[in-house]
Each structure stands twice: as C-alpha cells, then as structure tokens.
Design a protein around this ligand. Structure first.
Ligand SMILES: [Zn+2]
Length: 97
C-alpha cells in the first residue's frame, strides 16, 4: 500500500547531498514530496517508481538503480546527469509526460 507524505521540508537536506533540487523521493512503499501540492507530473513520476518496484522487486530495483547511478558517476557525470541517465528515471520521466 503506497503512502504519500506532503510538505516534507527535510528533503532540502538531500538537495545538499545530491547537489541538485529534489522535489520528491520514493522509498517504497512511501513517497515523500517537498511541497504541499506537488505538480501532477511529479506525482506521476514517483508513482512510476512504485510501479517499477512492484514489477522488479525492491532488492533488484535498488541494486540496479544504485549500480547505474555509480556507473555514470565513475564515467565523470555529475550527480544530476547520472540521476537523469538511470533507466528507471528515463522510464518514469517518459510516463509522467
Ligand atoms: Zn525519479
């Protein structure tokens, strides 16, 4: 059962860690949104990640997600670029439009 949390100001901490603005994060089965009323596109994007976890399982999803992120980081990409290149991010982005 997915549970959504809104107005999570603590996500600002992740902005500092990642070096770019995080509007929401999905930590299955929870979705945390920075704003009180996130844009529809952001909600669709995060629900896309829920769908991916349900499809692949939390272990496989988390492992693949992290491996892809670090693969791109080691290739010299910035955190933002590496994040955007992750296949799960591309898929969720496509589905949120
Ligand atoms: Zn995402």
């Amino acid at each position: 059962m997915t549970k959504e949390f809104f107005n999570c100001r603590w996500l600002k901490i992740l902005d500092i860690i990642y070096g770019f603005q995080i509007m929401a994060i999905t930590i299955y089965p929870f979705i945390f949104y920075k704003n009180k009323n996130p844009k529809k596109m952001i909600k669709k994007h995060e629900l896309g990640h829920i769908k991916q976890v349900k499809r692949e399982g939390i272990a496989r999803f988390s492992w693949n997600y992290c491996c892809q992120f670090f693969k791109f980081r080691f290739k010299g990409k910035t955190s933002r670029e590496a994040h955007d290149l992750i296949s799960y991010e591309k898929e969720a982005k496509r589905e949120s439009i």
